[in-house]
Design a binder for this molecule. Structure first.
Ligand SMILES: Nc1ncnc2c1ncn2[C@@H]1O[C@H](COP(=O)(O)OP(=O)(O)O)[C@@H](O)[C@H]1O
Ligand SMILES: [Mg+2]
Length: 227
C-alpha cells in the first residue's frame, strides 16, 4: 500500500515585483506519509505560510511538481483541486475564519453536510468533537460570543471533522494559552492515530519537538531534523 500523501518535487516559489524579486522556496523536495505528525519551523518570513499554501493547492509554485496521493496536481484545474480540498486537505489558520452568522455547532457541521452526510449524523458527530475540546456548553454560541481560544478550538474541530488525509495548520496555537494548545495538539495526535497526516507551522519550540520530525525552513531550503 502506498503511504505517501504529499510529494513535492523541485518546488520553487518566487515573488516578483517591480523593485525586488524574492526567492522564497528553492528546489524543495519533500514527502509526507500517512500517520506522520510533522512540524514546520523557521524564522518569520522564511516561507512557512507560502509552503503550506502550495501544499494546500491554494497557491501555484513558480516551478516544480506537486503530487497528492501520487496524482500530479501541478497543472490541474481549479475544480479538480476543489474536490481534493473538500475531502482530502484541511487548513487551519492562526486567525480562524469561522462563519460569523452560524453557531459553533453549525460551523463544525457544515463541512460534513457539504460532503453529503445527513443532518442528524453530522450534528451528532460535530457535537462529539466539540465536547472533546470542552465546548459542550458553547454549541449554540456565535463566534462573536466566544473567546479567541474557544473560536480556535471550533476552527480546529471544523478542520478535523471530515478526517481529511492531511491537516495543514499555520501557527494554529500561536495565540492560545498552554492548556488550549495542549487540547488542540491532542486532536492532532488523534488524527495521527487514525493514520492521517498533520503538518503544522509553529514558533513554539516545545510544541515543534513533539512532532515525529521537524522540517526546518531556512533561506529557501528545507532540512529534516529528528530530536
Ligand atoms: N503575495 C506575496 N507577494 C510578495 N511577497 C510575498 C507574498 N507572500 C509572501 N511574500 C514574502 O515571502 C516571504 C515568506 O513569507 P511567508 O511565507 O508568509 O513566511 P512565514 O510564514 O515563514 O513567516 C516573506 O518575505 C514575504 O514578505
Ligand atoms: Mg506565516
Amino acid at each position: 500500500m502506498n503511504k505517501e500523501i504529499i510529494k513535492l518535487s523541485k518546488i520553487s516559489k518566487k515573488f516578483l515585483s517591480p523593485d525586488k524579486n524574492i526567492s522564497v522556496l528553492k528546489n524543495i523536495n519533500l514527502k509526507i506519509n500517512k500517520g506522520e505528525l510533522v512540524s514546520l519551523v523557521g524564522p518569520s518570513g522564511s516561507g512557512k505560510s507560502t509552503l503550506l499554501h502550495i501544499i494546500a493547492l491554494l497557491d501555484q509554485p513558480s516551478s516544480g511538481e506537486i503530487f497528492f496521493k501520487s496524482k500530479n496536481f501541478s497543472r490541474s484545474s481549479d475544480s479538480e483541486k476543489d474536490i481534493v480540498r473538500k475531502k482530502g486537505i484541511s487548513v487551519i489558520y492562526q486567525q480562524n475564519n469561522l462563519l460569523s452568522d452560524f453557531t459553533a455547532l453549525e460551523n463544525v457541521t457544515i463541512p460534513l453536510l457539504n460532503n453529503g452526510i445527513g443532518i442528524n449524523d453530522a450534528t451528532k458527530k460535530a457535537t462529539k468533537i466539540l465536547s472533546t475540546v470542552n465546548l459542550s456548553k458553547r454549541l449554540n454560541h456565535f463566534p462573536s460570543e466566544l473567546s479567541g481560544g474557544e473560536q480556535q478550538r471550533v476552527a480546529v474541530s471544523r478542520a478535523l471533522i471530515t478526517e481529511p488525509d492531511i491537516i495543514l495548520a499555520d501557527e494554529p496555537t500561536g495565540s492560545l494559552d498552554r492548556k488550549t494548545a495542549d487540547e488542540i495538539f491532542s486532536l492532532f495526535l488523534k488524527m495521527k492515530s487514525k493514520n492521517r497526516a498533520v503538518l503544522y507551522a509553529t514558533h513554539n519550540r516545545e510544541l515543534a519537538n513533539r512532532a515525529d520530525y521537524k522540517l526546518n525552513l531556512l533561506d529557501g531550503n528545507i532540512t529534516r531534523k529528528y530530536e
